[in-house]
Ligand binder design. Sequence first.
Ligand SMILES: Cc1cc2nc3c(=O)[nH]c(=O)nc-3n(C[C@H](O)[C@H](O)[C@H](O)COP(=O)(O)OP(=O)(O)OC[C@H]3O[C@@H](n4cnc5c(N)ncnc54)[C@H](O)[C@@H]3O)c2cc1C
Length: 394
Amino acid sequence: MKRTEGVCIIVGAGHAGAQLAFSLRREGWVGAILLIGEEPGLPYQRPPLSKAALKAAGTIQVPLIYSAAAYEKAAITRMPDVRVVALDRPRKRALLANGQALAYDKLALCTGARARELALPCRALAGVHDLRTAADARAISAEVRPGGRAVILGAGYIGLETAAALRGLGMQVTVLEQGGRVLERVAAPETSAHFERLHAANGVDIRKHVQARELLGTGHIAQVLCSDGTLLAADLVVRGIGVVPNMTLAQEAGLAVGDGILVDEFAQTSDPDIVAAGDCAFHPNALLGFSLRLESIPNAVEQAKSAAASICGERKAYCAIPWFWSDQYDNHLQIAGLNRGHDRVVVQAGDSDEALTVWYIKDERVLAADCINSPKQFVRAKKLVASRAPVVEL
Ligand SMILES: Cc1cc2nc3c(=O)[nH]c(=O)nc-3n(C[C@H](O)[C@H](O)[C@H](O)COP(=O)(O)OP(=O)(O)OC[C@H]3O[C@@H](n4cnc5c(N)ncnc54)[C@H](O)[C@@H]3O)c2cc1C
């Protein structure tokens, strides 16, 4: 039965939270919508934090997801700088850090993820940063000095994008990667090799099979002691070692959790009045045939739409082929599908030296593709992955 009245509280004003608020109105919700987020200001886009926004020297400007006027027009009440500390499910209340309790009829958890902690001595040194929020990006930007020495911990997408941005700002950059190649967790050796070459050509020093063992300095970072015994001078350290889902609220309120808040294909948690969407939600994907948690904008947006429909009593399953992107220097990587479980790869050169497509194959069918500087191949790849096309169609 269609439901459109009552109070809906959205916890977390990131991409999923903002999308959910507007999608709720589009679904016809006429009741109150409270969008509560612990960060200051308006919800903004995170991807530029390690790309264009960081590259542009000076004050970090991040694009907003929606303008202030749009929230006003849609009668969405924003509550920035407010942390929800607990859920009282029996009385259907969200408890805020300031001691206030807000009643809800429906609640959405869009709490996202936070940077994974690195258990190292002297973590409290100034000059050591994560990169998750606009505040983090601003803090990093404030420490950028041409000729200064930056050490990036982790050669995943965020670590590599940050390396490219800092290099572009004239810093000397070293990346420490505990694995044997960059992007090891997410990409084939052929994709890794492309990005290793790209970074080397731009003067980034990538050290593989090396971890930070200790961060040294008096008040401010000065050196990184590496697992191979090397001591690197450092003016700035950026940790890019992954994220963990924010699910403490859900867990403490007794909702089912695993690697994230467990939801079904309609973004419904184990409580019929609570949905979850975005980086925090572990969800089934019928196209892939397994459940997973994704950290991407397309996931946050599309899952939030399903969650909004569920709140209104509609059933719109979230079921999409995942896709991602990464920008490093002037290279644009677009990824269609998930390569998990592939049994071989097929590499196709593109029409320029810098263009490459790496196809991931399972049982002779297309599972995923990394399209480097190949936007047309990406459009094809999305179709081939969705139709699980046989390899002969490549
Ligand atoms: C540097 C960077 C680059 C990225 N690049 C890309 C990219 O190129 N492509 C791509 O697809 N994705 C990228 N991502 C990932 C993408 O930004 C995330 O997948 C997306 O932001 C997830 O949205 P979300 O709303 O689920 O979570 P978030 O954006 O993390 O938002 C969650 C919000 O909830 C708040 N919150 C949590 N708990 C509480 C609480 N108890 N009370 C109040 N507020 C709370 C958090 O502070 C946060 O503001 C990038 C992320 C980062 C950090």
